[in-house]
Design a protein around this ligand. Sequence first.
Ligand code: ARG
Ligand code: ZN
Length: 874
Amino acid sequence: ILIHLEDYRPSDYLIDTVDIDVRLHPRETRIISTLALRPNPAGRPHAPLVLDGDELALLGLTLDGSPLDSAAYSATPAALTVHEPPRRPFALRIETRIDPTANTKLMGLYRSSGVYCTQCEADGFRWITYFLDRPDVMSVYTTRIEAEEDEAPILLGNGNPKESGPAGPGRHYAVWHDPHPKPAYLFALVGGRLDRVSREVTTMDGRAVSIAVYVEPGKADRADYALEAIARSMRWDETAFGRAYDLDVFNVVAVSDFNMGAMENKGLNIFNDKYVLASPDTATDADYAAIERIIAHEYFHNWSGNRVTCRDWFQLCLKEGLTVFRDQEFSSDMRSRAVHRIGEVRTLRARQFPEDAGPLAHPVRPRAYAEINNFYTATVYEKGAEIVRMLRTLIGAAAFRAGMDRYFADNDGRAATVEDFLAAFATETGRDLSGFARWYERPGTPVVTIEGHHDASARTYRLRFRQRLPGAEDSPPLVIPIALGLVGGRGPIAAACERVVGGVFVLDRPADEIVFTDVDERPVPSLFREFSAPVRVEMVLSDTERLTLLAHDNDSFNRWQAAQSIAMRLIVQRTKADAPLAEDAGSDAQAFVEALSTFLDAEALSDPAFAALVLGLPSEGDVANEIGVDIDPDAIHRARRTLRRHIGRGLRKRLEALHAALADQAEAAFSSDAASAGRRALQNATLDLIKAADEERGTELAVAQFTDATNMTDRLAALSALATIPGEAREAALQAFASRYADEPLVLDKWFGIQALIPENDTIARIRELQDHPAFAMTNPNRVRALIGTFSTANPTQFARSDGAGFKLVADAIRTIDGTNPQLAARLLTAFGSWRMLEFERRSQATATLGEIAATPGLSRDVADILTRTLAQG
Ligand code: ARG
Ligand code: ZN
């Protein structure tokens, strides 16, 4: 059954307060929930009261203190209905019992490594107690938690701590009160044995806040980075958006079984421990950056999500797209803005573009869903963030900030919609944003085609633009901000064009053109600077013109893009010709190598992080998305390897020198800051290219780096380099790594992932074996994502093998996991989303495998939903 956006109607009842009493027990947790209900003036009068449940058993029910006649209500596992509730405010007391140990779905209340925790978004609260489980029903919660003192010395809830004390022999309790009304999806509690790091901060309006991070016993020394990231996030939201924290405590708890990254429960964020725990010996630079970003993301939800929440789940992008935009801005301020932007765009293109081009495409605000948990997608999150970014580009930073202030002020304490969001900016700027709003409604990646013409005698440069939305050619045009400029052989050219305001031209018609005056030399246009819109750009530029951009543009993003575009063209060309492995010294590749060499000499050591990105070729997945049809992953793999080898050989001397210089520069004391991370990134990019040029030398360098590494980034990069070279060195390094980190599940995930990526036929057998490794568990989402998820999303030659063995491996895992954790199974299944791009034989194998999954009896709604859409005729 599909739920439709246009069917929204307000709830018939409201719940002003919730008093919830949870008596924790591993198998029989009792929940007594007292709801202060009243008819909603905006709802239907005299409607029955229907509370949501999921697999619940009702143990007791009273209305205003009296038991209800059995004819007055009905209870099923999925709903509790009171047929004729009073037409005035009334109190309902509901008792339920649940088994947290048996809860393997990781929704509702469950136990992870002996710690009780909750996950209620999107609709997990109904696994705990009967409730109006919808985000527009907002209530003030008081939570009492009771547990064995031994089993759960720490008891945490939403809001502020109120009281605590003994509760009978060996037991204790704690009461938490959250004064801010909130929907049930933001409810949380935690009970367990946990270590803690904490500190005090003072908000801009003078509130003393105690912030704390709770982790498994013995891991407190790995929680400091996350703790400091909270403090920095709080400060940043005050400066950048004027948003201060609003409770006396802010707690983060790390748990080891978690379906997603983390969750923004009011005052009590619960995290996948992968995004909390960090030490130089166990975390890579990428881990540090991810922790900082996700800590910030969940914290920023306190305003964009919690204070202002969503009316219904169709508005999910209202909080997620906006909060991703906010965390991106935070990370850019903490690190290098240009480098960070390139990373964001790489993720968007790798994950969102294919989603938008395949059978799982949907608008940023979906119009219908069967299972909302399947809509926590790259489109809602990442494309949602791009829409907010475009809005800022269109109206300017100052108006954007003023609009955000208005949005928060007008919607504080409300469950809002995308319309409310846009209205704040329309009011603030006096602009009509109804055309811009189409970005929320139209699925698919727009294509913008551009032609340039220089008239030497008139000294003008004309740019013609056309936009289209593939598959929806007659839909009205989108409003596309195009940040642009002109570049010549000596750098950016100052040319006048009245339709370019603040460096931005707005394309809001199907076709348009602009003319620059006083242009003497034939320029190279630098278009969509900083990736100003989530579109595909079609413009014929020569390699020479692109190299002009790489050398002279002042927009870092487009400099990187220029190098990427050349590399992409070279790989695509070789893929189509299926060039042999023999050395390929085509002259076009040679010019590219020479340009890279000039670039490295001039800039490698002044901005190593950027240089590392320029040296990184498009991934095999990027190339597949570019080609789009009849994909043969083996041909792409060979073509990309050929180019890497060619670049490696051409730059050999410089790469060796850089690798040595950077290894020398490494500080004795590890620092996770962006500058140090950038040096490591470049050192490891050079290692990778040296290996591509000369496996023997690469092995030698990698073995030395693996042995001498003083941090996880360098150790893991060396291991990754070794992993693609069959032989003894590889197996020895894998062995050494596994024994060194035998007791570190999160580090072993990296080890699983590296092996899942090996582009060799034996990888499938290796993975089947690793599934029996004592550290692996099909019930733990991090383990599954590390081994199976990495394989299916990042090892295209083996996942999409023409004998179907890769598909079968993943399908087997999906069927096993669906029995315990449908959300995780459904997420894995999305790897099949691009199956239509493949060449005939692989496509047939994919259809056969999907058919086998479909034939499995008892599939979850989560998996069935993804499967139906994946197989639907496009
Ligand atoms: N709101 C969380 C975040 O993005 C994601 C939680 C999604 N959980 C789920 N079961 N769908 O920060
Ligand atoms: Zn979020």
